[in-house]
Design a protein around this ligand. Structure first.
Ligand code: XMP
Length: 513
């Protein structure tokens, strides 16, 4: 049985990071809202519990709590920031508001002998702090394990009950030895044998997928992106020819995508692949439409129609495989502390399974994106697919402003290809979240030879981000931008101007739409 760490969410922005850090130590972890019932916690049967940070104060009315019985389950507990204060509060310590918030890099001095800090040679090291409360009276049965200049109890422990607390954030990269502190909690306090690896995940998943699908046929919408590619490959390993992949060419794809997908999945992996040429259909539906939301709706609806028709050709299908990932299914706790239980449906193929009376199969729903990439590599997926940038479901439509026409898409596709090509050639591709071209709905004056020109403008958008929720424009060296611009203007017919987008998100978004 795989050991599990349960992370109770008290509204911290770092929750997914805690889960990922635990998993990087080869221990499986799940995140649940702090409000889940004791019964549910017992059913999860964790080998350790981490109480996350959060923006509230324990002495505020209505601040988030978890079931108190977790402290009597004989399961080790680690409280981080708010989680530590909650432990203090529960065991009759005293937590008070500080005059000044402690935020950012702070020097932490550990006491000798704590299991959490074993293997750290320095007595004093840098940690990342973000709190406005501190513990002024030690909770009953606890002893201090470390301090900072303004926080006399920045870590404590009750070794007998295996309950530990840190005021700082070990999950944040700025905390020195943060990963080792978590590892100590997992292996020394919880006594877990770390065995959660992507190889073990594949080994466990393949028989499960065989069992789940029985003798039935399964379809999968293959887009060529990382998530759907790994989903398809994993299922192919498990059920071989009972998997049927459908690739819809909607005319909004990157240059050469259809051929690349054929080569990788049909030729190389020998998978069943139905390629549907729906280019004309999509373009016809999009004719004359300029409103971005309308474009999205049309593309979503048409995709479902095309996909449904294609699946009828396959016949007698019972399951639809989808590349849903763990961040899509985590129930989140709002910043105010109240659980919001917002579960996102996958934005690209939402609505399909119910309409087609199919059962959904989501082999990656336990995984984070970086884990999906590791699974992909282990299954032999080519590196250029494993490490590719995210590409939106509606494709180039969100990058072709104004009315979409075949001619504009051709210009955009060529320009986009040059951006990607130069990013790869300069080794910048892997350092950014996304890099692409945008076709603007304006024309500008230029001069070529002795001729005045009046042609299209391409915007180049290159951003850094860790999850797409916020982003910054990438500080790409001027010579590389110059090369991209020069090549687009010289090689793409109908473009006489290239501009670089220097807006961050927020207030801008990554796509232009
Ligand atoms: P925005 O433009 O909202 O984009 O800042 C955030 C991230 O989401 C991607 N994106 C999509 N991905 N289907 C997708 O699978 C979509 O409809 C979609 N729209 C935007 C975008 O490329 C960026 O990475």
């Amino acid at each position: 049985m795989t050991a599990k760490i349960l992370i109770l969410d008290f509204g911290s922005q770092y929750n997914q990071l805690i889960a990922r850090r635990v998993r990087e130590n080869s221990v499986y972890s799940i995140i649940k809202p702090c409000s889940i019932s004791y019964k549910e916690i017992k059913e999860i049967d964790p080998q350790g519990i981490i109480l996350s940070g959060g923006p509230a104060s324990v002495h505020e009315k209505g601040s988030p709590r978890c079931d108190r019985r977790i402290f009597d389950m004989n399961v080790p507990v680690l409280g981080i920031c708010y989680g530590m204060q909650l432990i203090a509060h529960h065991f009759k310590g005293r937590v008070e508001k500080t005059k000044k918030r402690e935020y950012g890099f702070t020097l932490f001095t550990r006491d000798a002998g704590s299991l959490l800090f074993e293997g750290i040679s320095r007595r004093t090291f840098t940690v990342w702090m973000s709190h406005g409360d501190k513990i002024v009276k030690m909770p009953y049965g606890f002893k201090a394990a470390g301090k900072t200049e303004s926080t006399p109890v920045a870590s404590f422990e009750n070794r007998k009950k295996k309950i530990y607390g840190v005021q700082f954030h070990p999950e944040v990269a700025h905390t020195q030895s943060g990963s080792l502190i978590l590892e100590n909690f997992l292996t020394r306090v919880c006594s877990i044998r770390p065995d959660w690896t992507m190889e073990s995940f594949i080994e466990k998943k393949i028989p499960e997928l065989r069992e789940e699908t029985g003798k039935e046929q399964v379809i999968c919408a293959l887009s060529g992106g990382v998530d759907s590619s790994v989903t398809a490959l994993l299922l192919h390993r498990a059920i071989g020819k009972r998997l049927h992949c459908i690739f819809v060419d909607n005319g909004l794809l990157r240059k050469g995508e259809r051929e690349r997908v054929r080569l990788a999945f049909e030729k190389h992996f020998g998978m069943n692949l139905l390629v549907v040429d729906a280019v004309e259909r999509f373009l016809r539906k999009l004719k004359g439409v300029t409103d971005p939301e309308k474009k999205r709706k049309i593309i979503g609806k048409e995709f479902i129609r095309v996909f449904e028709e294609a699946s009828k050709k396959i016949g007698n299908v019972k399951f639809l495989a989808q590349g849903t990932l763990y961040p899509d299914v985590i129930e989140s706790v709002s910043a105010k502390g109240g659980p919001t239980a917002k579960i996102k449906s996958h934005h690209n193929v939402g609505g399909l399974p119910a309409r087609m009376k199919l059962r959904l199969i989501e082999p990656l729903r336990e995984l984070f994106k970086d884990e999906v990439r590791v699974v992909g590599r282990a299954l032999g997926l080519p590196e250029d697919i494993v490490s590719r940038h995210p590409f939106p479901g509606p494709g180039l439509a969100v990058r072709c402003l104004g009315e979409i026409t075949a001619e504009k898409l051709d210009v955009l596709r060529e320009a986009d290809w040059i951006v990607i090509d130069e990013m790869k050639a300069s080794q910048w591709y892997g350092k950014v979240w996304q890099a692409f071209a945008v076709f603007l709905p304006v024309k500008a004056v230029g001069v070529m030879g002795d001729q005045r020109t009046y042609e299209n403008v391409i915007a180049v958008r290159i951003v850094t981000s860790s999850d797409g929720m916020t982003a910054d424009w990438a500080k790409i060296p001027a010579d590389i931008l110059g090369k991209i611009s020069g090549r687009i203007i010289n090689e793409v017919h109908g473009v006489n101007r290239v501009v670089y987008d220097i807006s961050s998100k927020p207030p801008g978004t990554i796509e232009w739409e």
